[in-house]
Design a binder for this molecule. Structure first.
Ligand code: GTP
Ligand code: NA
Ligand code: MG
Length: 409
């Protein structure tokens, strides 16, 4: 897009920080304060992203991320969605491990930080200590002579929420964020699910151009014709421009978080692109499954040598329903001689503690419809543990069954 086509767009902001430092409370407080101050629509948030109005004018888009892992996973897939990170640090707790992680994630993504020192209402709040602790990690706030914007806030007492929005607007003016709204849309899928009634539903952040009902879209290996666009207030909209988050209905399959979305000229072109990507996906899955089978067999032969007739497994899955289905299928495979033993299961992505557990217990890790975060992948590489990914329960059970058969042979 040439300079003349570019127009200012709202900043896209992610909130990060240590556990319980008040990220969700702050997002809630900003959203509610904004609704109370006249923002159209209801209080209920319908999607994992929303827009509010800055006191300085203009909009700000917040992405309600589930944490650093999601941020990094998206970045690993080449999806740069965040313009600004708000680093929340609780004034009574100070800089903690995940604060440092967030600083490193933002730095690696080359995204500017705004420091929000939260819980300033607490009697034991020590904002000065937070500022000096941040210095150790090369974050120098303005009041200490640096150039990192900072604000003391309280999500609970609703203190300085407008000030935070103002700083975000100021920072975004420095970044001079622009996009051409008058072109076919491009964006990123920030979450996607299969809804019983509505079919595949993707929450998309539009980054360039304008997405319209009726557009033919491609996201990852999936395509569709946009049947409806739903905004953060749950209202149907006809179009969505740059930095606008919307739910997109009309996909024929469910895309993945981090997938790039693009509008294409017609269905034939969409089919051509997605056929190719589907084929690539299948080939990758087949290659992976061959490796998995090989390594499961290897693991079983080691177990056999050790005289062990148990097959220790860690199961991570997207929802508890699928984990239950997998667990009960695997338990049925057991015989008097060999038994799958699930030493840990849970909903969510594979994390570093799963890998540590697998290493200690000599277990295999099975990931169903979930991924492993960067820390987990690094730890697994170091420990020589393979994380096995599946999206079809039948394939998963079949592989484990084959491996257990190998143990008896
Ligand atoms: P995780 O998502 O679990 O990492 O936590 P979080 O960072 O989203 O923190 P959350 O908003 O869940 O808040 C954690 C606790 O701190 C809750 O009990 C909040 O009520 C409390 N809290 C959050 N903000 C404030 C604040 O400004 N002042 C006080 N006093 N308490 C706060
Ligand atoms: Na919390
Ligand atoms: Mg939270």
């Amino acid at each position: 897009d040439t300079e003349e086509h570019l127009e200012s767009r709202p900043p896209v902001v992610t909130i990060m920080g240590h556990v319980d430092h008040g990220k969700t409370s702050l997002l809630d407080a900003i959203r509610k304060a904004n609704v109370v101050s006249g923002e159209a629509g209801g209080i209920t948030q319908h999607i994992g992203a929303y827009q509010v109005t800055s006191p300085l004018g203009g909009k700000v888009t917040f992405i309600d991320t589930p944490g650093h892992a999601a941020f990094t996973a998206m970045r690993a897939r080449g999806a740069k969605v965040t313009d600004i990170v708000v680093l929340v640090v609780a004034a009574d707790d100070g800089v903690m491990p995940q604060t440092i992680e967030a600083i490193n994630h933002a730095r690696a993504a080359k995204v500017p930080l705004i420091v929000a020192i939260n819980k300033i209402d607490k009697p034991d709040a020590k904002p000065e200590r937070v500022r000096s602790e941040l210095l150790q990690y090369e974050v120098q706030v303005e009041s200490l002579g640096g150039d990192t914007l900072e604000v003391e806030v309280s999500a609970k007492a609703q203190t300085n929420l407008d000030k935070l929005l103002e700083l975000i607007t100021l920072q975004s003016e420095v970044l001079d964020l622009k996009a051409n709204p008058n072109r076919d849309a491009e964006g990123t899928v920030i979450e996607a699910k299969l809804d019983r009634g509505r079919g595949p539903v993707a929450t998309v952040l539009v980054q360039r151009g304008t997405l319209r009902v009726g557009d033919i879209v491609v996201a990852g290996a999936e395509m569709g014709r946009v049947r409806a666009l739903i905004d953060d207030k749950g209202a149907n909209v006809a179009s969505a421009g740059p930095s606008f988050p919307v739910e997109v209905l009309g996909f024929s399959g469910t895309p993945e978080a981090g997938d790039r979305l693009a509008v294409v000229e017609n269905e034939a072109r969409a089919r051509e692109i997605t056929d190719y990507r589907q084929r690539q996906k299948r080939e990758k899955a087949a290659a992976r499954s061959a490796t998995v089978r090989g390594s499961l067999e290897q693991m079983m032969s080691q177990a056999k040598t050790a005289g062990r007739k148990e097959f220790p497994l860690i199961i991570k899955g997207d929802v508890s329903g699928s984990i239950e289905a997998i667990t009960s299928s695997l338990e049925k495979l057991g015989t008097d001689e060999v038994q799958a033993r699930i030493i840990h299961s849970g909903a969510g992505g594979v994390n570093e503690s799963d890998v540590t557990l697998a290493e200690t217990a000599g277990a295999a890790i099975i990931a169903f419809n979930v991924r492993a975060n960067k820390e987990a992948r690094d730890a697994a590489d170091r420990a020589g543990i393979e994380i096995r990914y599946y999206n079809i329960i039948y394939d998963l059970v079949d592989d484990v069954k084959a491996a257990m058969g190998g143990l008896l042979a």
